[in-house]
Design a protein around this ligand. Structure first.
Ligand code: OOG
Ligand code: MG
Length: 254
């Protein structure tokens, strides 16, 4: 049955809040890119209506590792809220559908992003760089989706945790990254896997903002997109991501 954009937003929002998988939207209702971003915005409005606050944005599919793992080859963007921040209480597996974890590089915005940014002036827009973890949890059965499906589902956003902030003069390309679960290195890579240099993700975000007539406010976090594949979480996992000269960030699954 064909559904309206608001009905799809409600369905995906309910799936996220109850941790229940749903069928891919594109199987029953063909949606285009513009409609999938409209669904994303409507589902975030529902969260904001419940009192959540916007904290930032995320980019997805900025590395080959991620594109190949998920079979999607276009850069996407999604929204982050305060409720997604992983606390020192760790991760509750029961609350999600089938969450995965991945290491990320995060930036903090110091100048509103609403026009095109180039590599030359990108540092004017950020005042912090940090290593981070992102928990992604597709609301679709078997973590399978099309480009339009994943955008409508807010790019699988589910949780994030930011490590120590550094000033933006710190080198953020060629940063070795490791994801360590229960003491074992399960993924490793370099920040350069992210568009050749993670700063390029800010440039990419600016193009998206212009294209979709949106803007990123001062103080927002931007997750640049994972440099490695994501890993499924299991009860009791101890998770750590380490970043050469950016420090580390850790959490656990209850
Ligand atoms: C979509 C989100 C992609 C990234 O870092 O590339 C993403 C997914 O993989 O479910 O967060
Ligand atoms: Mg990610």
């Amino acid at each position: 049955m064909k559904q309206t954009l608001a009905q799809i937003a409600e369905l995906l929002d309910n799936a996220a809040s109850t941790g229940t998988a749903v069928d891919q939207i594109s199987k029953s209702t063909p949606i285009n890119l513009k409609e999938s971003y409209a669904i994303q915005a409507l589902s975030i409005d529902r969260r904001l209506g419940r009192g959540e606050k916007m904290t930032g944005y995320k980019l997805g599919f900025t590395s080959k590792a991620k594109m190949e793992q998920m079979g999607v080859h276009d850069v996407i963007w999604g929204r982050l809220t305060d409720q997604m921040e992983i606390t020192d209480q760790g991760i509750n597996l029961e609350a999600g559908v089938h969450p995965r974890i991945e290491p990320e590089i995060a930036f903090r915005v110091k100048k509103k992003i609403d026009s095109l940014i180039s590599q030359e002036n990108v540092l004017d827009y950020i005042d912090g760089i940090a290593g981070a973890l992102e928990m992604i949890d597709s609301r679709y059965e078997n973590f399978k989706f099309s480009l339009e499906d994943v955008i409508a589902d807010n790019c699988s956003s589910s949780g994030y945790l930011i490590g120590p902030w550094h000033t933006p003069d710190i080198q953020c390309n060629h940063v070795g990254i490791q994801l360590i679960i229960n003491g074992e290195i399960v993924q490793s890579g370099s920040s350069n896997a992210i568009l050749g240099n993670p700063l390029e993700s800010i440039v990419e975000a600016s193009k998206m903002m212009v294209k979709y007539k949106h803007s990123i406010p001062v103080g927002s976090i931007i997750l640049a997109g994972a440099a490695t594949s994501a890993v499924f979480l299991k009860a009791g996992d101890k998770i750590q991501a380490t970043f050469d000269h950016l420090g580390s960030v850790s959490t656990f699954v209850k």
